[in-house]
Design a binder for this molecule. Sequence first.
Ligand code: UD1
Length: 338
Amino acid sequence: MKILVTGGLGFIGSHTVVELQEKGFEVVIIDDCSNSDEQVLNGITAITGKRPEFEKIDLKEKDKVEDFFKRHQDVAGVIHFAASKAVGESVEKPLLYYENNIGTLVYILKELCKKNKASFIFSSSCTVYGQADKMPITEDAPVKVAESPYGNTKQMGEEIIADTCKVTPGLNAIALRYFNPMGAHPSAEIGELPKGVPQNLVPFITQTGIGLRDQLAVFGDDYPTEDGTCIRDYIYVVDLAKAHVVALERLLDGKNADNYEVFNVGTGTGSSVLEAIQSFERVSGKKLNYKVVDRRPGDITTAYADTTKANEILGWKSEYTLDEAMKSAWVWEQKIRD
Ligand code: UD1
């Protein structure tokens, strides 16, 4: 069965392609390489023994999207990762984000609506909850006003899919709301490849550990948490990739209860920034140079998932601990700087 993975050369996309191929799916990747590298195909091939089909297409080019679906009539499902994801940049360039993340989503959904039957998995984010009132966060927690155009594209994306599913009986979709993805494949053939200065915590930690950055800035230690730093739910990227495969299988097997569903994907455990640093120090045996600075505007205090729905309905559960995931990130960092 053929599955289209958009953004399949990216961090979560590439790990998902591996899991799909390991399960026997035939994969075709679309990526514009704006924030990824064609070399990732070699890593995927080294792990799975199979080179996925790849087309370098910018999904903003509507004609090319149409043409792709004409040529690949046998695509049974789409996992849609392709999107821009830098929160700060989205504030500076809102239209870029609306065009990249919303325009492309609409073009793909239009093509899927032409089919009798199609399955669609959407990369959403825990950012839709903002600062939730209750921890852990369940899927029925209210969606809060978005803090950034990036966050807004995730909320709007979910609404666009829900509205489309309502009037398209053949279209079945699941939105996965990721918490904080991290780590790299155990083979160290693929991992996170941030361009420029990493905005996210874990790649900044490993780059500081390897000496590429002088010091990690810890954004605030005066939050109302036990050690004063923010709490997040760090989910191992391979666990997250597997969640996509089980969600897709649920749709392909017609086991979904509704034609649009939403699931949290996290571990259910919150870790503070200082705990993440300690984890790095344990698994690397290195002291990390860090300094507490002011809060980063827009950061929420605490977010961790209630994973009951994914555990019970998808039969999926995260398996890796923070230390195991951190170790994989560290092994990967050392490998790519070799
Ligand atoms: C961020 C986005 C989120 C998005 C996700 C995508 C914000 C406010 N949120 O999540 O919408 O879905 O990335 O990957 O930007 N930290 C430091 N020093 C650093 C980097 C981070 O102390 O150099 C802290 C942050 O304050 C935060 C935690 O580490 O408490 C995690 O930060 P990050 O990895 O950027 O993820 P989020 O902010 O949770």
